[in-house]
Design a protein. Structure first.
Length: 374
């Protein structure tokens, strides 16, 4: 799963003393390592995208307090889909029992258990998750974060060189320097968003018979958010990433995926007031995916469709979504909606935002629906 602690910006705690009071009934070798391996090893391993490894006892113990804080605050792991939501593809949510086990270990003396237990540490192996792409497009030149600059967002245009129309079922990114590529948006210039990339996330292709139209001569816009690890801040670090595109046959309907923007009429104000806004679906459609953008951390976010009959159809439920983790949520099953349906969004702010990390790039609160006209 995605990283457990990409947001950890502090230093590790001092909890490695041999005189710690141990109250945890769980130990690292038997109980904690399998959880960290299964939920965090996509990022928190040597050479991975996270700023620290959690793959061994000695590596994890200094971060025990941060692990406890991030888990109890609901910031990590960063998969906010509510179990009550309509099913969403991807993600490997951690259950409450496993969270409790990690918190008890982290706050109960961090016992190691049997030090002789052989633990197989996963290796970080950059790879195209969907296999070799049909088209690879590398950035024309390296982009650098100079010494002293922690983060930046850049946008580059990539020529596809296509002489005929193609239909895109998926897009992916291969970071040149995995430690600084925090997230990325891959789009058709002046057109559809093909992918919202996060380290550790599963690459997901559009459902069978659904695709994005990419015309001959089209260009790709790549927007990358760079952020150094804490030990890289005084170094210059460069990246030259590559976009991968996967093609498919034209949809039998002839319709490509389209997007509907549902936006709030005015910026969200500070405070704890619930924010609601809505928009009308312009045509009968099958909803394939949803892409919320957030201007702050929220306690919950609910998206529904109100049919012309007045019946309410749930589309998405999120608990604790954060703007630091932009995502496209692909529905497990597309939702058919008639013309005249209204899309409603209800966002409930956190009661206390004082412990939330700062937002590097501000976005407006909005919702984008990816749909196929019917």
């Amino acid at each position: 799963m995605v990283a457990l602690a990409l947001l950890f910006l502090g230093v590790g705690d001092e909890g490695t003393s041999a005189h710690k009071l141990v109250t945890s009934k769980y130990d690292f070798s038997r109980d904690v390592f399998p959880l960290l391996r299964d939920h965090c090893a996509a990022c928190h391993i040597p050479g991975g995208p996270a700023p620290m490894s959690l793959a061994t006892y000695d590596a994890a113990v200094p971060w025990a307090e941060s692990i406890r804080e991030e888990l109890t605050a609901g910031r990590m792991p960063p998969w906010p889909v509510d179990p009550s939501s309509p099913a969403v593809k991807g993600g490997h949510p951690i259950n409450s029992r496993d969270v409790d086990m990690l918190v008890v270990w982290a706050s109960g003396g961090t016992p190691q258990g049997d030090a002789a237990t052989k633990l197989t540490v996963p290796e970080y192996k950059p790879q195209w998750q969907l296999g070799p792409p049909d088209l690879k497009i590398a950035m024309a030149a390296e982009r650098s974060l100079p010494a002293g600059k922690l983060e930046d967002t850049v946008q580059v245009t990539l020529a596809t060189g296509l002489s005929e129309t193609k239909w895109v079922r998926a897009a992916d990114l291969m970071p040149g320097t995995v430690s600084i590529v925090r997230d990325a948006v891959i789009s058709i210039e002046n057109g559809a968003v093909l992918d919202i990339w996060e380290p550790g996330d599963e690459a997901i292709a559009a459902p069978s018979g659904v695709a994005f139209r990419l015309d001959a001569g089209s260009k790709i816009q790549l927007k990358i958010h760079y952020k150094k690890h804490f030990d890289q801040e005084e170094k210059a670090v460069s990246d030259k990433s590559t976009v991968g595109l996967y093609f498919t046959n034209p949809p039998t309907s002839g319709h490509g995926l389209q997007a509907l923007s549902v936006e709030r009429s005015k910026p969200t104000q500070a405070g704890n007031s619930v924010v609601t806004f809505d928009g009308d679906l312009p045509t009968a459609a099958r909803i394939i995916a949803l892409r919320p953008t957030l201007d702050r951390a929220f306690d919950s976010l609910a998206v529904d469709a109100i049919l012309p009959t007045g019946r309410q159809v749930p589309l998405l439920r999120l608990l604790g979504p954060r703007p630091q983790w932009p995502r496209r949520y692909w529905l497990q099953d597309g939702v058919e909606l008639p013309s005249g349906s209204k899309i409603t969004v209800k966002a409930t702010p956190l009661a206390d935002e004082s412990d939330e990390p700062p937002i590097a790039a501000h976005s407006e609160l909005a919702l984008f629906l990816d749909y196929v006209p019917q």
